[in-house]
Design a protein around this ligand. Structure first.
Ligand SMILES: Cc1cc2nc3c(=O)[nH]c(=O)nc-3n(C[C@H](O)[C@H](O)[C@H](O)COP(=O)(O)OP(=O)(O)OC[C@H]3O[C@@H](n4cnc5c(N)ncnc54)[C@H](O)[C@@H]3O)c2cc1C
Length: 371
């Protein structure tokens, strides 16, 4: 039976959208070539921190702030729908300035204050009281009390249960090889030798989304940006900590995540000595007792970047083909707002106004069908 919407990619974006659509009464098929959440969405650090290092107010920043505001309900709803708690934490983020590292903390703190966001300048003595394990070299910090974090691996497990319970048909272990065209419209997808028909197709395939658009002459629209991560066993800190070189994210289970590199090395995953050394050096500098912590895991993932680092969300320019991809460093944060606005757009059959700045049209049109 033909689905209303076929989603390609079972990361946080594809799954969050599948849930929204199914709950709105749509018949949804989600196709994932590996397992749900097997790529960037499980590799992430789960920070929901749009304010850190945001240099200017723009549509992207506003989208991030709106999504953060949806997060408590998103996680509470997922818990109800799946019986899995994604461990939202609300301690906020501390951005720590170190004497030899240049940062623009004063600038972004100032415009955010003027914009009415909660930002607090914390002197060194107060920082020592809040986070005693931070290096005594720290000169001050900026506290963003409204920032959140979520255990993104649990979030993916919760989504995987919730979408099935909501009636989404999930096919894992099958890669979509091509978008299927019929009379100048998208009619479904090709998967090996099978053709699967659907009313609309949404490409939410993360870093691999661009490959599915190449047949239309559009190249390099998603660019993989590798991030290496380390987890150590340490209860040294309570807040998410940032310097301009590294971030540290404390988890409920006693792990402390250290991340992350940003490397443009193609689709190559893996950890390198150079990447791990840089992360550990920066982490130990920020919180010296990390030096004695046991390393429990290292991993890496591919963030779906785009030429201007903004996501690509909405209609593609070809009838029935939609995009929800390119969320780069903020896909966990942006999942609820992407799902909400894409669901509205699909039901209206036009991209809603809030998504207009994020259209594919800013880079390219899909020429093959326009002639
Ligand atoms: C190290 C690291 C740290 C990060 N930290 C944060 C953070 O703290 N906060 C935050 O908000 N974001 C963070 N991110 C970014 C975030 O992880 C991504 O933006 C987000 O996961 C993207 O979700 P996605 O669903 O688009 O992509 P993915 O999670 O990559 O999912 C895409 C899915 O599509 C599947 N797929 C690909 N091609 C096909 C095909 N042809 N057919 C079928 N399936 C296909 C893949 O197997 C994959 O499962 C981080 C990323 C990394 C790597």
């Amino acid at each position: 039976m033909k689905s209303d919407v076929l989603i390609v990619g079972g990361g946080v974006i594809g799954c969050a959208l599948a849930l929204k659509l199914a709950e709105a009464g749509c018949k949804v098929l989600l196709m994932e070539r590996g397992r749900l959440g097997c790529e960037a969405s499980s590799a992430a650090a789960g920070m929901l921190s749009p304010q850190t290092e945001s240099l200017q107010p723009d549509e992207f920043f506003n989208l991030c702030i709106k999504s953060r505001a949806l997060y408590k309900n998103f996680v509470a709803h997922l818990k109800e729908a799946s019986d899995i708690d994604a461990q939202l934490r609300e301690e906020g983020t501390l951005f720590v300035s170190l004497p030899h590292l240049q940062d623009h903390a004063d600038e972004w703190a100032q415009w955010q204050l003027e914009a009415g966001l909660r930002v607090e300048r914390i002197p060194a003595e107060e920082l020592e009281r809040l986070e005693p394990a931070v290096t005594k070299q720290a000169t001050r910090a900026i506290f963003m009390a409204d920032d959140l974090q979520v255990e993104n691996r649990l979030l993916m497990l919760a989504l995987a249960v919730a979408i099935r319970r909501a009636g989404v048909t999930v096919i894992e272990g099958e890669a979509v090889t091509e978008v299927l065209l019929d009379h100048q419209q998208v009619a479904g997808v090709v998967c090996g030798s099978a053709k699967i028909y659907a009313g609309a197709v949404v490409i939410a395939a993360g870093s691999w989304s661009g490959a599915l658009l190449e047949k239309f002459g559009v190249e390099a629209i998603t660019i993989p940006a590798r991030g290496q991560m380390i987890a150590v066993q340490s209860a040294a800190i309570r807040h998410v900590l940032h310097s301009s070189q590294v971030y540290l994210v404390p988890r409920n289970d006693g792990r402390l995540l250290i991340g992350a590199t940003v490397e443009y090395s193609g689709f190559e995953k893996g950890n390198t000595a150079k990447g791990i050394r840089a992360l550990l050096d920066a982490a130990i500098e920020l919180v010296p007792e990390v030096a004695d912590a046991e390393i429990v895991e290292t991993w890496s993932g591919l963030r779906p970047d785009t030429p201007d680092h903004w996501p690509i969300i909405g209609e593609s320019g070809i009838a029935n083909l939609w995009l929800a991809t390119g969320h780069f460093r903020n896909g966990i944060l942006l999942a609820p707002i992407t799902a909400e606005l894409m669901m509205q757009s699909l039901l209206l059959n036009r991209t809603v106004d809030q998504l207009q700045p994020f259209g594919l049209h800013r880079f390219a049109t899909l020429p093959a069908l326009h002639s």
